[in-house]
Design a protein around this ligand. Structure first.
Ligand SMILES: Cc1cc2nc3c(=O)[nH]c(=O)nc-3n(C[C@H](O)[C@H](O)[C@H](O)COP(=O)(O)OP(=O)(O)OC[C@H]3O[C@@H](n4cnc5c(N)ncnc54)[C@H](O)[C@@H]3O)c2cc1C
Length: 484
């Protein structure tokens, strides 16, 4: 279901004149193999993995080279129409959706891994490389690329950099931006810049790489990325720890962090056996543990990596910390061999939940970790008061939770919208942030002023203006609608 801030009520095709201007400008540079104008070919580009639905784009360019991307930007400028960069389309906030129509620039064809330099421990890649392909290629070279959003089989490196994607391992290794050394950026109007470096360190000039990371396709189109690689961890151990009560799990998360027990991943799953949640459990833990976790409210999925001895020692300390908060530690030990399956199910949590209700909206707030318990407690109370169903899970070690609202009847939508606003207000009041990793996109743009001052938003607007004076690059994203 599209939400109120999306343009569903507008006509599905942008004004004819701008659509035909865009198509004419593009036809000067592209033949039919790389230019799609048939509405049937363009229809799927109206959406990403969020609930946002944009206008039917006038055209989709299937770029195969940086030169193609440049030409598409030039055509957008000539026709005076918006251009929306797009990778795998797995974004959760509508970032790749053509809110105002125009041109969608599909970058998945820029899929070359140009270089893996083992000595310097870096890679140079095109933005359309799919994350899991890249991780596999790096693995073959005996190296490790740490960022691992759960959408890894479909998302692209360009999309990851544009959203500064996180994922379970961000707890130990940091979000995508920490692994970006430099990037080639195509600016509206045709300038091409390289920001950043290939060296292990370097502080020349403003850190434009960091500004462009997480810019959600609103400042530049990435043509090439220089990414940091690491030696792979020697071994990895995975624990699944059931807790009777959510509050105990939240306290255990705080203890594990405070005691410096160093897990690489610390994921919290809401396991309460009510409604659609019950259906998740057997799939999650298999029949043997399914019985053991019945009736529990929460599960912690914890991973440690490093040398074998260090893993054993950390796992032991983590188990003690969990026991001290009431976990049943005898459920922990046998789970290492279920690692792959557990993470697969974790990666599919969102899709599994999606099947339990007609409508679903997922938020990804982050709070200081000491506030996790308070957030979960108050979320439960607000869900009850507003009579909406919510399920929270996510990267608790980072204080980053995906709060899902699920409903079946359209009449419930206003209550869900009220719950979302309250969730954001609560998050900010606890010292948190509206987005831990998915970005602002379309869905969260109206709420930006809850967290950021008018001056800060204005400063960001002027940065946008410097990069994109005509405002044609991915308009309608990040900034609150109608605020200038
Ligand atoms: C099942 C599932 C699990 C997920 N798990 C996680 C998770 O664990 N952690 C997490 O952080 N996110 C997660 N996500 C969200 C999403 O996968 C990430 O935001 C991802 O980084 C988006 O990559 P993409 O290639 O699909 O980008 P798209 O959705 O295509 O685009 C996202 C944004 O990036 C811009 N963009 C794309 N390519 C470029 C480029 N070359 N140059 C400039 N801008 C560009 C777009 O304009 C848009 O604003 C998940 C999504 C799904 C569906």
């Amino acid at each position: 279901m599209a939400m109120a801030m999306t343009p569903r009520s507008q006509p599905a095709l942008a004004a004819d004149s701008s659509a035909s201007r865009a198509q004419r400008a593009l036809a000067r540079y592209f033949g039919p193999s790389r230019l799609k104008v048939d509405p049937r070919d363009c229809e799927s580009y109206r959406r990403d993995a969020s609930e946002v639905e944009g206008l039917l784009p006038a055209a989709v360019v299937l770029a195969e080279s940086v030169g193609d991307a440049e030409l598409a930007l030039r055509a957008a400028a000539e026709a005076g129409v918006p251009l929306v960069p797009r990778g795998g389309g797995t974004g959760k906030t509508g970032g790749a959706v053509p809110l105002l129509g125009g041109i969608v620039l599909d970058l998945r064809g820029l899929s070359r891994i140009k270089e893996i330099d083992r000595r310097e421990q870096l890679a140079v890649v095109q933005p359309g490389v799919v994350l899991s392909d890249f991780r596999a290629a790096v693995h073959v070279e005996g190296l490790f690329y740490a960022p691992d959003p759960s959408s890894r089989v479909a998302c692209t490196l360009g999309g990851n950099v544009a959203t500064n994607a996180g994922g379970p391992r961000a707890l130990k290794y940091g979000v995508t931006g920490r692994h970006v050394l430099g990037l080639e950026a195509l600016l509206p109007g045709g300038r091409r810049i390289f920001a950043g470096r290939r060296t292990a360190k370097g502080v020349t000039g403003y850190d434009l790489t960091s500004l462009l990371v997480g810019s959600e396709g609103t400042l530049a189109v990435f043509g090439e990325l220089t990414l940091r690689l690491l030696p792979p961890p020697e071994s990895t151990l995975t624990l699944l720890v059931p807790f009777q009560r959510m509050a105990q799990a939240a306290e255990a998360v705080g203890d594990i962090i405070e005691q410096g027990l160093g897990p690489s991943c610390l994921e919290l799953l809401d396991a309460r056996a009510s409604g659609g949640r019950a259906a998740l459990l057997p799939a999650l833990v298999g029949p043997e543990l399914g019985a053991a976790v019945q009736g529990t409210e929460a599960l912690l999925l914890i991973e440690v990596d490093g040398s074998e001895a260090a893993c054993e020692a950390s796992a032991g300390r983590i188990r003690s910390a969990c026991r001290a908060r009431g976990a049943q530690d005898d459920r922990v030990a046998s789970l290492a061999e279920q690692r792959e399956r557990l993470w697969d199910v974790r990666a599919n949590m969102s899709a599994s939940l999606r099947r339990t209700a007609k409508y679903k909206l997922s938020e990804d707030i982050a709070v200081p970790r000491r506030q996790l318990g308070s957030l979960l407690d108050q979320l439960e109370r607000l869900s009850q008061r507003l009579a909406v169903r919510s399920v929270a899970y996510g990267h608790a070690g980072d204080g980053n939770l995906h709060v899902n609202f699920l409903w079946d009847d359209e009449a419930e939508a206003p209550r869900v919208q009220a719950a979302i606003r309250e969730l954001f207000q609560l998050t900010v009041s606890l010292g948190g942030t509206l987005s831990g990793e998915h970005g602002i996109g379309v869905l969260k743009a109206p709420y930006l002023p809850l967290e950021q001052s008018a001056d800060l938003i204005e400063l960001q607007r002027s940065l946008k203006q410097s990069f994109d004076p005509t405002g044609l690059l991915n308009p309608g994203k990040i900034f609150p609608p109608g605020s200038g």
